[in-house]
Write a protein that binds this ligand. Structure first.
Ligand code: CP
Ligand code: NVA
Length: 310
């Protein structure tokens, strides 16, 4: 693929794909996951290479992309800031020009979204956001797929976000706008979700609540995330004080619908943003969510590299 190639598509934010494309991806995910569970070989990406660039730590993103690419017949190159010239201030544009001449697709986890976009703007191959300060689209892809697997269509449902107005919250808001569900949001003062950062002007898909319990009322899904995201560690102490009442506990789950699910992108801190009895309880689907990262990303890479199958 070359810059300007009409077929080339990046996945930098959730809003980069349309509802109809998500419907296709979720169906492909279902098929790819079923094949995996049945030990059926499916290797459409033989001779294709994925470069993964990590400027922040990861367990799930690394394992899910790496295992997924190998399962599809391809190979993987793993780079970090510390072991590449990225850590010695080689411009991201130059890194993009070089790396994208040698591989077929790139996944990047970094700090500012602008850096990811700078890379994508000079890449010959599709670029996937593996988490930035602003967004985490692959995680919400997995979360929505997990909801659909367990409860059917997410359209018209209520998702409660309890906690920081962070990269996960921004991405949930984009998903609510595109997929037609309502996001209930409760954050401490000073940590609000910013619709400008999320890039969502549709105010009908979001309702803001002062108290987390109120956000959970009637929700089909309750979800949260760490109080301090990667890159914000210097704020840890003040965040611990500000977020003390934003812990998803059994009372909050009881305010949600009786069949409500609990999700967390992980890693989690029991006793901080979520009570152990919730994350380890019967409504929690966090392990399915983590596993589904791999299945949705296989469908995503297939789509970005091969287009629609069949
Ligand atoms: N949820 C998620 O992205 O996990 P990692 O930070 O372990 O990749
Ligand atoms: N909001 C968290 C998500 C980790 C997967 C962070 O950015 O650190």
């Amino acid at each position: 693929m070359k810059p300007g190639d009409a077929l080339m598509q990046h996945y930098l934010q959730f809003k980069d794909l349309r509802a109809e494309e998500y419907a296709y991806l979720f169906e492909r995910t279902r098929i790819i996951k079923t094949r995996f569970k049945n030990y059926e070989k499916y290797q459409p990406l033989v001779d294709r290479t994925l470069a993964m660039i990590f400027e922040k730590a990861s367990t799930r993103t690394r394992v899910s992309f790496e295992a997924g690419m190998y399962q599809m017949g391809g190979s993987v190159v793993h780079l970090t800031t510390g072991d590449s010239q990225l850590g010695r201030a080689e411009p991201v544009e130059d890194s993009a020009r070089v790396i994208s001449r040698m591989v077929d697709i790139v996944m990047i986890r970094t700090f500012e979204q602008a850096k990811l976009e700078g890379f994508a703007g000079h890449s010959r191959v599709p670029v996937i956001n593996g988490l930035t300060n602003e967004y985490h689209p692959c995680q919400i892809l997995a979360d929505v797929f997990t909801f659909i697997e367990q409860r059917g269509d997410i359209k018209g449902r209520v998702v409660a976000w309890v906690g920081d107005g962070n990269n996960m919250a921004n991405t949930w808001l984009q998903a609510a706008d595109i997929l037609g569900f309502t996001l209930h949001v409760s954050t401490p003062t000073g940590y609000e979700l910013d619709p400008v950062v999320a890039g969502v002007t549709n105010t009908r898909c979001v309702k803001v609540f002062d108290h987390p319990m109120d956000a959970c009322r009637g929700a089909h899904l309750v979800t949260t995330d760490v109080w301090t995201s990667m890159g914000y560690e210097a704020e840890n102490e003040e965040r611990r004080k500000a977020f003390i009442d934003w812990c998803v506990d059994a009372d909050m789950m009881a305010a949600a619908r009786p069949d409500a699910l609990f999700m967390h992108c992980l890693p989690a801190h029991r006793g901080e943003e979520v009570a152990a009895e919730v994350i380890d309880g019967p409504q929690s689907v966090v392990w399915d969510e983590a596993e589904n990262r791999m299945h949705v990303q296989k469908a995503l890479m297939e789509y970005l590299l091969l287009g629609r199958i069949g």
